[in-house]
Design a protein around this ligand. Structure first.
Ligand SMILES: Cc1cc2nc3c(=O)[nH]c(=O)nc-3n(C[C@H](O)[C@H](O)[C@H](O)COP(=O)(O)OP(=O)(O)OC[C@H]3O[C@@H](n4cnc5c(N)ncnc54)[C@H](O)[C@@H]3O)c2cc1C
Length: 470
């Protein structure tokens, strides 16, 4: 029997056991292969309803040597879900919030639950799940665990890694590792969950997660600030953290050009502060007492403004005004630059000004006339670099620009992926941010858990010429 016959037999067996809707093939499978990057041409898409079903379905394929690619909300931006020649496991039928406990401040969710649904369920119980991404309506818990997603509140609450207390995963051999520990402190040997957080499905599939919650923080103070130098942007961050005593939750930066585009037609938002400043910072503080928190927030801004660090400021006077400020960040479009290539990197805040000058000069020298815009979760040193392309630019040009951005980032000892992961798109550049010794440890872990290289093969780790496994 050939591979195609094998797949047909396995599909029929799984359908017989779990129902027709549990396995999609042909056009039905292909119809699912759409998202924010290339999801390829899967051999089939399986849709388990539980961890036990996941294990059984996965093993049916891996024991025949068929690779598995997990799919969440398909909002990943680095090609990590590309499933050509593999069977995709979709978690769209595992989206239940199983438990919320407001005393232990924990939540148990299935992998296919969206970030938004998890957040809303927490909110309904007076609790707060802090991960906040533009893609939260589609991105799933399994996906954000597997990419260790960041977003808009990392400065205060950390990345997804900091929200995970325990995980349940299925390994390549079909074994289930149920480590849904609900404890914040648990120093009992190796912390196994950490292996799977940020592994992009290359070590196993995540089926359920025990997440840490916080009590709801009802107060929100938001301001948009105009500044004239990057040195001021860096100083302001430290000053606000100092004066707000841990309440600062967001520190988002738009460079002047980005702000102008985000607030001019065809973008929907309109300027809240006038154009003309070098930098625009959106800050937000969260706390438990709206009046007292707001007073403290405004006093901190006023004091800093007196020292000349802030050139202009608008403090939101209502939820609606706060939403309008957020809309500049979320809904502002960079249409003038389209088509463009966007690269997610991170750097120490202290080198960002020099990095940006160097990068702009290098891009201009290599591709005269191309434009570079920048926006960032700057509180965590995370910048998204956006470089315009010509309409007829090829994939080669796109790749060359990304490479130039990553090269420059590496020279400044930054990370070539701050929060989006490595996937397929950045695997050949991993050594720009990780040493040979680090990559060898990654390969050793991969070999130990997935010796036949069947779990999302070809992602994260650069291929070794002449070798099938990691
Ligand atoms: C508009 C927009 C805004 C975004 N903003 C942010 C942001 O602010 N911060 C940020 O960090 N990212 C952001 N992203 C990127 C993206 O949303 C994240 O990478 C997210 O974590 C992907 O989740 P997903 O469920 O869509 O996963 P997918 O795209 O389906 O998969 C991503 C990777 O995880 C693996 N995977 C998925 N589910 C599982 C599972 N259950 N078990 C094991 N592996 C799995 C996949 O194989 C793949 O390698 C944004 C994307 C978009 C489109």
């Amino acid at each position: 029997m050939g591979e195609a016959d094998d797949i047909t037999v396995m599909v029929a067996a799984l359908r017989g056991k779990f129902g027709a809707a549990s396995v999609l093939t042909g056009e039905d499978a292909q119809a699912q292969a759409h998202g924010w990057s290339d999801f390829g041409t899967p051999l089939a898409v399986v849709r388990p309803r539980s961890t036990a079903e996941t294990a059984e379905m996965l093993l049916a394929f891996t024991e025949k040597g068929v690779p598995i690619v997990p799919w969440g909300g398909k909002t990943g931006l680095v090609g990590g879900g590309s499933a050509t020649g593999a069977v995709a496991i979709s978690f769209d039928r595992m989206a239940v919030v199983e438990m919320i406990d407001s005393v232990d401040r924990i939540m148990l969710v299935e992998a296919g639950c969206t970030v938004q649904a998890a957040s809303e369920a927490a909110e309904a119980k007076g609790m707060f799940f802090p991960l906040d991404l533009g893609s939260g309506g589609s991105a799933t818990i399994g996906g954000v665990v597997s990419t260790n997603a960041g977003g808009l509140r990392v400065l205060r609450f950390g990345m997804m890694r900091e929200q995970v207390l325990g995980l349940e995963v299925v390994l390549a051999d079909g074994s289930i590792v149920s480590a849904l520990h609900p404890l914040m402190k648990n120093n009992t040997g190796y912390d196994i969950k950490q292996l799977f957080i940020g592994a992009e499905g290359t070590l196993g599939v995540v089926t359920r997660a025990m997440l840490r919650l916080r009590p709801a923080l009802p107060s929100r103070s938001t301001a948009l600030l105009g500044l004239n130098s990057f040195a001021h942007v860096a100083t302001l961050l430290v000053e606000l953290e100092r004066r707000l005593g841990g309440m600062l939750s967001t520190y988002e930066l738009m460079w002047a050009e980005t702000y102008r585009m985000a607030t001019s037609p065809p973008s929907r938002p309109r300027p809240i502060l006038p154009n003309g400043y070098g930098y625009y910072v959106l800050v937000e503080a969260m706390g438990g007492d709206q009046d007292a928190d707001r007073e403290r927030f405004e006093a901190a801004l006023a004091e800093i403004m007196e020292s000349g660090i802030i050139a202009d400021a608008v403090v939101a006077q209502s939820e609606r005004e706060a939403d309008d400020m957020w809309s500049v960040r979320h809904d502002g479009e960079l249409t003038e630059l389209a088509p463009f290539v966007a690269v997610d990197v991170s750097l120490r805040v202290s080198v960002i000004a020099e990095y940006v000058d160097t990068l702009r000069a290098e891009i201009e020298a290599l591709w005269p006339g191309s434009r570079t815009a920048l926006v960032g979760h700057i509180g965590d040193g995370n910048i998204h670099v956006v470089v315009s392309l010509e309409k007829d630019d090829t994939a080669d040009r796109r790749k060359a620009i990304s490479e130039a951005v990553m090269n420059c980032t590496a020279r400044f000892q930054g990370s070539i992926s701050a929060e989006h992961g490595i996937g397929l798109d950045k695997r050949n550049y991993l050594s720009m941010s990780r040493s040979a010794a680090e990559i060898e440890v990654m390969r050793a872990i991969k070999r130990a858990l997935d010796p036949r290289n069947l779990m999302n093969p070809g992602k994260v780790l650069p291929p070794v010429p002449g070798k099938v496994c990691a």
